[in-house]
Design a binder for this molecule. Structure first.
Ligand code: THU
Length: 126
């Protein structure tokens, strides 16, 4: 878990957030044992910005892994991933009750919840 949090904190250092100034780092542990980390990347056309969590999840999928085991997110205030990112995480969660999401703030305080706690009613079309 420490490695995952460290990777999220490293990702946060690379955040490109000149508009919101809200820097986010995320790290995903795939079931392949690899850690995928990323940061938020904003754009002058604000809607084109991408969250750190989705960027890390998409890296996992692009590497050929389709299952997330855990996630860590680093922000100034220990905020949880947004609903869109949680829904994308759900897509690649074998058992959402077992996927842990750890939020860490600027003081190093950690909060941990399962994906199903954070997204109790995920969308499903089938
Ligand atoms: N952001 C994330 O990276 N992850 C989230 O789950 C929520 C928000 C980013 C998007 C934007 O760059 C900034 O935080 C402020 O919304």
């Amino acid at each position: 878990m420490t490695d995952l949090i460290q990777a999220a904190l490293e990702g946060q250092k690379k955040a490109y957030a000149p508009y919101s100034k809200y820097e986010v780092g995320a790290a995903i542990l795939g079931e392949d044992g690899e850690i995928y980390s990323a940061c938020n990347v904003e754009n002058a056309s604000l809607g084109l910005s991408i969250c750190a969590e989705r960027s890390a999840l998409f890296q996992m999928v692009a590497a050929g892994c389709h299952a997330v085991e855990a996630c860590a997110v680093a922000t100034v205030d220990g905020g949880a991933p947004c609903g869109a990112c949680l829904q994308v995480m759900q897509e690649f969660a074998r058992d959402p009750q077992k996927v842990s999401v750890t939020m860490v703030d600027a003081e190093g305080r950690q909060t941990r919840r399962s994906l199903s706690e954070l997204l109790p009613f995920p969308f499903s079309s089938f």
